[in-house]
Write a protein that binds this ligand. Structure first.
Ligand SMILES: Nc1ncnc2c1ncn2[C@@H]1O[C@H](COP(=O)(O)OP(=O)(O)O)[C@@H](O)[C@H]1O
Ligand SMILES: [Mg+2]
Length: 307
């Protein structure tokens, strides 16, 4: 369907430019695609003056995580849904988020792309604090790909339109270029033959793969997946997980909420277990699944793994 481990993060299609400019920005040539993988642009930590001034110029060294949450808390009324969450996701790291229903996994994702505001704490993406609003927020959001349980495709638009709309409207990519890239992405996720179809003509697995292509079309720095296979018929779960695996091996930074324990174990670099709005345990998949330390993690695994 597609070659494994060849492409690099942010380089989709692999022969395209590393980044697409936001409309209105002066055209700038960026490094070729292979430089889209994490390369240190600064070799030293930003000096104190820069930090005090509130701006960290090009804080994109290899040491700077792609995503950092610092003491992030969120309540809905009196319900505390996220409790001082600290989480760091390195560049190219794949983190699986597991935990019982209601533990705050979706809210965590929604806070990262600011579909929800946080009550306190800080979210930093690629060295830049997530802006509160306005154009800066729109730009930051364009760098965060999100794939939901429900595919959320535009039902009255073709698959090709679904994948090209974001780059054209938000990035200002010319139509022909956006379509060329969209076709390459649809090829990558294995539905090149569906370009001219409406979403309703596709199976659930194909729709979800179209939704993934749509998110990738924006050349995001990080991809968030919130139970991307939960709404699928069982026979379609595998084809979507295959796409996630390929993406993971390509170097994309990914936060994946999932109940697919086999996937978490084999494809993630790290697993975090959430319960009651807290990260109760984090560890390497083999370690976590073989030997969960927390009672609640053991209970959870016993339940999901016996089905
Ligand atoms: N918009 C909202 N308003 C009120 N309560 C919410 C809202 N979104 C989520 N919740 C509640 O927050 C808790 C965590 O929800 P969620 O993040 O969806 O958990 P998970 O994804 O782990 O199942 C749940 O108790 C849920 O009912
Ligand atoms: Mg959820």
């Amino acid at each position: 369907m597609f070659s494994r481990g060849r492409a690099t993060a942010g380089s989709i299609p692999a022969d395209g430019p590393a980044r697409i400019e936001v409309a209105g920005d002066p055209p700038a040539r960026h490094p070729p695609a292979e430089h889209a993988v994490p390369v240190p642009e600064v070799s030293e930590a930003p000096d104190a003056t820069a930090t005090e001034a509130g701006r960290i110029p090009a804080a994109r060294g290899a040491d700077e995580p792609m995503l950092r949450l610092e003491k992030v808390s969120k309540s809905f009324g009196s319900l505390r849904v996220l409790r001082e969450i600290d989480l760091t996701v390195a560049r190219g790291e794949v983190v699986a988020v597991i935990g019982p229903s209601g533990s705050g996994k979706s809210t965590l994702c929604r806070c990262v792309n600011r579909l929800e505001t946080v009550d306190s704490g800080r979210i930093v993406i690629d060295g830049q604090p997530l802006p509160a609003e306005g154009r800066a927020l729109a730009r930051a959001r364009a760098d965060i790909g999100m794939v939901f349980q429900a595919f959320n495709l535009f039902g009255h638009r073709t698959v090709l339109d679904n994948v090209t709309l974001g780059p054209r409207k938000v990035r200002g990519t010319p139509k022909a270029e956006a379509e060329r890239r969209a076709r390459a992405l649809l090829e990558r996720v294995g539905i090149a033959d569906k370009v001219d179809q409406l979403p309703a003509a596709l199976s659930g697995g194909q729709q979800q793969r179209a939704a993934i292509a749509r998110a990738l079309a924006m050349e995001p720095k990080i991809m968030l997946f919130d139970e991307p296979t939960s709404a699928l018929d069982p026979e379609m779960v595998g084809e979507v997980l295959d796409v996630l695996r390929e993406l993971a091996s390509s170097g994309m930074t990914m936060l994946v909420v999932t109940h697919e324990m086999g996937f978490a174990r084999s494809a993630a670099d790290r697993v975090i277990f959430m319960d009651g709005g807290q990260i109760l345990e984090t560890g390497a998949p083999d370690e976590f699944f073989a030997n969960p330390r927390q009672e609640r993690a053991r209970d959870f695994l016993a339940k999901v793994l016996t089905h």
